[in-house]
Design a protein around this ligand. Structure first.
Ligand SMILES: C[S@@+](CC[C@H](N)C(=O)[O-])C[C@H]1O[C@@H](n2cnc3c(N)ncnc32)[C@H](O)[C@@H]1O
Length: 262
């Protein structure tokens, strides 16, 4: 109780909006996502099949030196855990986001959900190998990860210069960030997997895409937010296998040039 009061006082001093974010999080209980029913999707693609689709849209690419840098970077295995649960993305998801970002060469990547930083590390490696682009990451990490210095542990120190980390809830920070995006956008969701939040983030990112773009959404098997939202937007949902941990990752490609309309 005393520890929580100290934490609340520290957050309020640091930024009262963060206290609001964590309070909402505790009340809404993101750890119990709104699993309406586990979704079994037809025609689930392997990562290779998914990358072939992305290449057909954007062209071929090659693995660059930063790929090895990320794969060889070692960090404390304890950094994979926060709030008593495993937070880190798996290496298949890392590979998927690296390859998508290499193929489509985004000007800006926006992701929600950093924790250990497996996806952030692979996205930054792709930007480094592209020699272009910036990654904005929104994250409301468990406070024990912050205290232990584990947030972003998977990201090599020399790949951080293209990284802007935004501490707070996506509901509060995402609209302004997406409003300022110029050029080709890649969006990666790996934060609050409740139906309402997934649907809102996917829709917001889709509407912010002006000159082509890709959305990668992790854990779409948890509820039907991904296919429901894709269908509402007239987008074609792709489902990619998560071979290591089970479940599926979603992918939407929006490759047309158009005027911003949100
Ligand atoms: C599954 S972990 C992210 C794993 C990471 N992508 C990786 O590959 O290592 C989810 C992260 O999102 C954070 N989070 C949960 N709800 C959030 C919200 N509403 N806004 C921003 N971040 C949130 C969690 O606390 C945690 O830090």
């Amino acid at each position: 109780m005393l520890r929580q009061a100290r934490l609340a006082a520290w957050l309020a001093m640091r930024d009262p909006r963060l206290l609001g974010d964590y309070t909402r999080w505790a009340v809404e209980g993101w750890r119990h996502p709104q699993v309406t029913s586990r979704q079994d999707h037809p025609n689930v693609l392997t990562v290779d099949e998914c990358i072939a689709l992305v290449e057909a849209e954007y062209g071929a690419w090659e693995v660059g030196p930063s790929w090895t840098r990320v794969r060889e970077w070692s960090f404390d295995p304890q950094a994979r855990v926060g709030g008593g649960v495993t937070m880190a993305g798996d290496t298949k998801l890392g590979r998927l986001v690296y390859e998508v970002a290499r193929a489509m060469r985004p000007d800006t990547i926006v992701e929600t959900g950093v924790a250990t930083g497996v996806t952030s590390a692979h996205l930054l490696a792709a930007l480094e190998d592209n020699r272009h682009g910036v990654l904005h990451s929104i994250d409301l990490p468990p406070t024990d990860m912050i205290a232990a210095g584990h947030v972003g542990a998977a990201v090599p120190s020399d790949l951080r210069h293209r990284w802007v980390y935004h501490w707070g809830a996506s509901r509060r920070l995402l609209p302004k960030l997406l409003d300022g995006v110029k050029g080709r956008l890649m969006f990666v969701h790996d934060s609050d997997h409740s139906y309402a939040n997934m649907a809102w983030e996917i829709r917001s990112a889709w509407l912010a895409m002006v000159s082509g773009g890709v959305i990668v959404c992790d854990d779409v098997h948890l509820n039907s937010a991904f296919p429901d939202t894709a269908s509402g937007l007239g987008a074609v949902p792709q489902f990619v296998e998560q071979a290591e941990k089970g479940g599926t990752t979603g992918l939407l490609i929006r490759a047309t040039t158009r005027t911003k309309s949100h």
